[in-house]
Write a protein that binds this ligand. Structure first.
Ligand code: SF4
Ligand code: FES
Length: 244
């Protein structure tokens, strides 16, 4: 495939940015989107031009680093991570627009890279879970209902990619926060600090300049891990109970 890429270029947080158009050739439909960007950077390097800065790590859909806005959609046309998006989702001759996440809480670092450490600070605000030291407890001493265990597991799959924030018109982080609150809130081990955790984490969410939630649902629709919208209900219920 031969493609035309329109990519946001910005040398640093204070530098002026602009969309720059690049042709890229010899793209296989079996390549991932990030491999296609690797090819572009090899072609730019060969011409002595500055390669495009973008984030990636695992390239297996696990780490959440590969956050890109592709043709105006978080992670592009498939509900997956950018590293798991393949070029077969595009056609020869396509023009593809690539931008960084746009959210006040995720300041731009360079080109397509944003700083998502606000998410880390929200998690840190939740503190530790009390676990007594000593020998490992007998597994069957602490029984967890199957549906609760499943929900805890499903919500723990959030990889902190930030697509929910990028897709939300308010740049709200409530789906991410709801996932984190829910996966501990469903388990016996998460009960001791449950009230304090939700108050501190929501306070940090708001302090980081994430927006408010209006239940639009764009976050859940864009989430590569299919975190359901009702985790936000659980977050709100936990918060109201904690403040009573
Ligand atoms: S809730 Fe989904 S979209 Fe949001 S950070 Fe977690 S995995 Fe990414
Ligand atoms: S690079 Fe790790 S999820 Fe995409």
């Amino acid at each position: 495939m031969n493609l035309t890429l329109k990519i946001w270029r910005q040398a640093g947080p204070e530098a002026p940015g602009e969309m720059v158009t690049y042709p890229v050739s010899d793209i296989s439909e079996d390549m991932s989107f990030l491999e296609m960007l690797d090819v572009l950077n090899e072609q730019l390097n060969a011409k002595g031009e500055e390669p495009v800065a973008f984030d990636s790590d695992c390239r297996e859909g696990i780490c959440g680093m590969c956050s890109l806005m592709i043709n105006g959609e978080a992670h592009g046309p498939e509900v997956t991570t950018t590293c798991q998006l393949h070029m077969r989702s595009f056609s020869d001759g396509d023009t593809i627009t690539i931008e960084p996440w746009r959210a006040k809480a995720f300041p731009l670092v360079r080109d397509l890279i944003v700083d998502r450490s606000a998410f880390d600070r929200v998690i840190q605000a939740g503190g530790y879970v009390s676990v007594n030291t000593g020998a490992a407890p007998e597994a069957n001493n602490l029984q967890v209902r199957k549906e609760k265990a499943d929900r805890a597991f499903d919500t723990a799959t959030c990889i902190g990619c930030g697509a929910c924030v990028a897709a939300c018109p308010n740049a709200s982080g409530m789906l991410f926060l709801g996932a984190k609150i829910t996966h501990l809130g469903e388990l016996p081990q998460g009960q001791a600090e449950r009230d304090a955790r939700v108050v501190k984490m929501l306070g940090q969410h708001d302090a980081e300049d994430f927006g408010g939630c209006q239940n639009l649902g764009e976050c859940s629709a864009a989430c590569p891990k299919e975190i359901p919208l009702d985790v936000i209900n659980q977050l709100n219920r936990d918060f109201m109970k904690a403040k009573r």
